[in-house]
Ligand binder design. Structure first.
Ligand code: SAM
Length: 184
């Protein structure tokens, strides 16, 4: 990073979303986390590949909050939701570091796939505080972050974040770190 340049949260090219899908686990992966009628927050949802699957699984009685600060992603998601007739997605083109439109203790499942590693350390902390605030006491969150030079997430910061939760399951893969967590 050039000297004296303020770090900013990173956007993600739409093409990269399409490519990453080829390697990512499919809808089956998220089915283990959610049930019909539940409320989900898909933070850093991009163009909503997972949000649309969540919307289908939770059905009309459930709700998905889809949040991404990149308006292009949210606009692509809104178009697809309309095409599929999903009325249970509430999308917000805003930062996941400030989620005041989501009530305290109201979310069954937070999905933050590739979000925290795009955020500056300061914003990571705010997003983690928001995740803790919005989760129901028995709610779950799935956090996944990229490793390596493209990632803002440092190993010790990841450990610090996980130490603030009850960790149900964690994995270290070649290019990413993942964890399923609950409130302590
Ligand atoms: C690696 S992509 C993952 C997209 C999606 N979760 C998926 O799995 O397909 C990370 C996403 O986080 C978004 N992002 C980065 N910083 C953000 C922030 N501060 N608030 C909300 N979204 C953010 C980017 O715009 C991008 O869409």
């Amino acid at each position: 990073m050039p000297k004296n340049k303020e770090p900013k949260d990173k956007k993600f090219p739409l093409l990269a979303h399409k490519i990453s899908r080829l390697f990512e686990p499919p809808k089956k992966f998220i089915e283990q986390f959610v049930e019909e009628g539940q409320t989900v927050a898909d933070l850093g949802c991009g163009p909503g590949y997972y949000s649309l699957h969540f919307a289908k699984i939770i059905g009309p009685e459930g709700k998905v909050y889809s949040v991404d600060f990149d308006e292009r992603g949210i606009s692509a998601l809104n178009k697809k939701a309309k095409k599929h007739g999903y009325n249970n997605i509430e999308s917000h083109a805003t930062s996941a570091s400030e989620l005041s439109f989501i009530e305290d203790s109201s979310i069954d499942f937070v999905y933050a796939n590739g979000l925290l590693c795009c955020m500056t350390p300061e914003n990571q902390q705010s997003a983690v505080s928001e995740i803790k605030r919005i989760l129901k006491p028995n709610g779950h969150a799935f956090l996944a972050v990229a490793k390596g030079s493209i990632s803002y997430m440092k190993k010790d910061e990841w450990e610090k974040i996980l130490s603030g939760f009850k960790v149900l399951n964690r994995k270290e893969k070649r290019s990413e770190l993942t964890a399923e967590v609950m409130l302590k």
